[in-house]
Design a protein around this ligand. Structure first.
Ligand code: UDP
Length: 319
């Protein structure tokens, strides 16, 4: 099978590339970013790497034409982007997604759209089921532009699905593992790890009682592959996650335990880190019934075990 992965040199994309290559498929990546996360695979005879933008429509069309299955993962992700450059987030995540879908529709190619648990916003009804409401704040709070952009992408998916395009929407819940972002930027695990490795205080935002469910990359990738391969997934939204809930304070303590360090934990005001255009999500837990039922995946990797792998990977990076 020929698989096209937009954003294939990102964290999730690069692992999905590895998984499809391992299965014997031919994989094409289109990505504007650095090739750092896929460098190990660049000489693979079945990998084609195109460093370009999905807004290069002539190129995108030629790639979509050749593909049997498309994963649309190219997106602007990361809280620092939501609050610094909401224009870029909206343009890539909404307009870029539309470009991919319209060309996929032209050639009737199945699309898996990778969305996010951010879509649920701060809905207090826990756990989040795929058809649950989205509860977001004001459009003056830039944080919500990511959630909104991905929800627009989902709406486009279902609009095209209505016209006959096979689509699948998956929503990730805080996936982590080797190759996640960079130390100090991106998501909470890489931020805490940077602080731990330098012996600095760990900055827990608020009182640390906010929760997340952390999903190890290998579990997320199994589910993502099956989202593209299983017929039953077409037309569906499926949460991809682990439903074990941790407070952010527990995450900090667990990371200290895994690293065997005694860093101080400091509680910081969210405004100090992200400014006024940030608002936290107090609890985020997936209902994973559909992931189990449709994608056949029950998450296996426990937080301590996943953190151990992730931390080992970051420690082995060349300085
Ligand atoms: N967080 C924190 N300290 C930091 C960065 C993040 O306590 O230095 C918290 C943040 O407030 C949120 C959680 O960690 O409650 C997860 O944040 P992340 O940016 O990883 O992604 P999110 O799940 O909010 O999209």
């Amino acid at each position: 099978m020929k698989v096209l992965i937009t954003g294939g040199s990102g964290f999730l994309g690069s692992h999905l590339v590895d998984a499809f290559l391992k299965r014997g498929d031919e994989v094409t990546i289109i990505d504007t970013g650095s090739d750092l996360k896929i460098r190990h695979a660049l000489s693979h005879p079945k990998l084609h790497y195109v460093k370009d933008s999905i807004f290069n429509l002539v190129l995108l069309e030629s790639l979509i034409l050749k593909a049997d299955l498309i994963y649309h993962m190219a997106a602007v992700v990361g809280v620092e982007h939501y609050v610094e450059d909401p224009y870029k987030v909206l343009n890539v995540n909404v307009n870029g997604t539309q470009r991919v879908l319209e060309l996929a529709f032209k050639y009737n190619k199945k699309v898996v759209f990778t969305s996010t648990s951010e879509v649920y916003g701060r809905n207090p009804k826990i756990p989040f089921k795929e058809d649950d409401d989205r509860v977001l704040g004001s459009t003056r709070i830039d944080r919500w532009c990511y959630s909104t952009s991905k929800a627009c992408g989902e709406h486009f998916c279902f609009a095209y699905h209505k016209m006959g395009l096979p689509v699948v929407v998956v929503r990730y819940f805080n996936v982590y593992g080797p190759r996640l972002d960079k130390l100090d930027v991106g998501r909470v695990i890489t931020i805490f790890l940077g602080q731990i490795l330098r012996g600095e205080p760990i900055t827990v935002i608020g009182d640390g009682s906010q929760t997340r469910c952390f999903t190890y990359i290998s579990d997320a990738i199994k589910a993502t592959m099956n989202a593209g391969l299983k017929k039953e997934a077409v037309g569906k939204i499926v949460n991809i996650g682990n439903d074990k809930e941790y407070t952010i304070l527990e995450l900090a303590e667990t990371m200290k335990k895994v690293c065997k360090v005694k860093n101080k934990i400091v509680f910081v005001n969210q405004e100090k880190i992200y400014g006024k255009s940030y608002e936290d999500v107090p609890r985020r837990v997936p209902n994973i019934t559909l992931q189990k039922k449709i994608l056949g995946v029950t998450p296996k990797v426990k937080l301590e075990e996943g953190l151990r792998e992730t931390i080992a990977w970051f420690k082995n990076l060349p300085k």
